[in-house]
Design a protein around this ligand. Structure first.
Ligand code: GLP
Length: 240
């Protein structure tokens, strides 16, 4: 069962930022699963503010990112390494040795699964693709999937082209945590913001169906998952 919280955007980011402050206070060496995309940026901004205000320290926190593009230098401005450095890691006191990304090199991709097995994720943050993907687990992904190299769906390439100067420069493959890695997290927080997510949110909550055609529906089988959905993304839900 998914806990569904519908609120305005500002309230969502305040609430989720406070949750992180409390969790890190309870366990200063917590393991966090982190996400990229435009959705988590306001959350990262708030965490930076809280760090600057002395309310949170990431000194002993460990992080695991969901995914990274293939065939893109990690120093490229569009890599997820660069995204995390720019939006969070360079602005807080995290030890970069404690931050992890899947390697986008097929020979070593399985090392991430071994690491995740040794260091289970306490709280996994997720965004939501407009086609229902989580991380880069595109529609049709096996529910038992683990970290691997995946081909991106055309919809994802189109959605992500806004960050690149030309659609031809958008990578077509990525290394991504699998659905089973995500389901292993003790707790999951998914944030969906804006009109572009309204259709997929409606589809996920239309019935109890859990289907590989909509990867995010697997989360209905997780014991501790909360969806924070803003008023725009929730606009097609009846219970709004
Ligand atoms: C990418 C990421 C996903 C993210 C999705 C949504 O495809 N791999 O982890 O959830 O984008 O992005 P946005 O938050 O920009 O809508």
């Amino acid at each position: 069962m998914i806990n569904l919280i519908i609120k305005n955007k500002e309230d969502i980011f305040n609430e989720v930022a406070n949750i992180y402050v409390n969790k890190v206070e309870e366990n200063d060496s917590i393991t966090l699963g982190l996400a990229t995309g435009s959705t988590p940026i306001p959350l990262y901004d708030k965490l930076v503010e809280k760090y600057e205000g002395g309310m949170i320290s990431f000194k002993n926190v460990k992080t695991f990112n969901l995914d990274e593009y293939c065939n893109l230098d990690i120093n490229d401005k569009n890599s997820y390494h660069s995204f995390m450095n720019k939006n969070l890691f360079s602005k807080i006191d995290i030890n970069t040795n404690n931050t992890h990304f899947p390697t986008a090199n097929s020979e070593h991709v399985d090392e991430y699964n071994e690491l995740l097995e040794k260091t289970p994720i306490d709280v996994q943050l997720l965004g939501l693709g407009s086609n229902g993907h989580i991380a880069f687990n595109e529609p049709g992904s096996d529910f038992k999937s683990v970290t691997r190299i995946v081909d991106l769906a055309q919809k994802t390439i189109d959605d992500n082209s806004r960050f690149f100067s030309s659609i031809d420069l958008v990578p077509t493959q990525a290394a991504s945590m699998g659905l089973s890695n995500i389901m292993d997290a003790k707790e999951i927080i998914l944030i969906a913001i804006g009109d572009a997510k309204a259709n997929i949110i409606k589809e996920i909550f239309a019935n109890d169906e859990v289907t590989e055609d909509i990867p995010a529906t697997i989360l209905k089988n997780h014991p501790n998952v909360t969806f924070y959905v803003d008023l725009d993304a929730a606009k097609l839900l009846d219970e709004k």
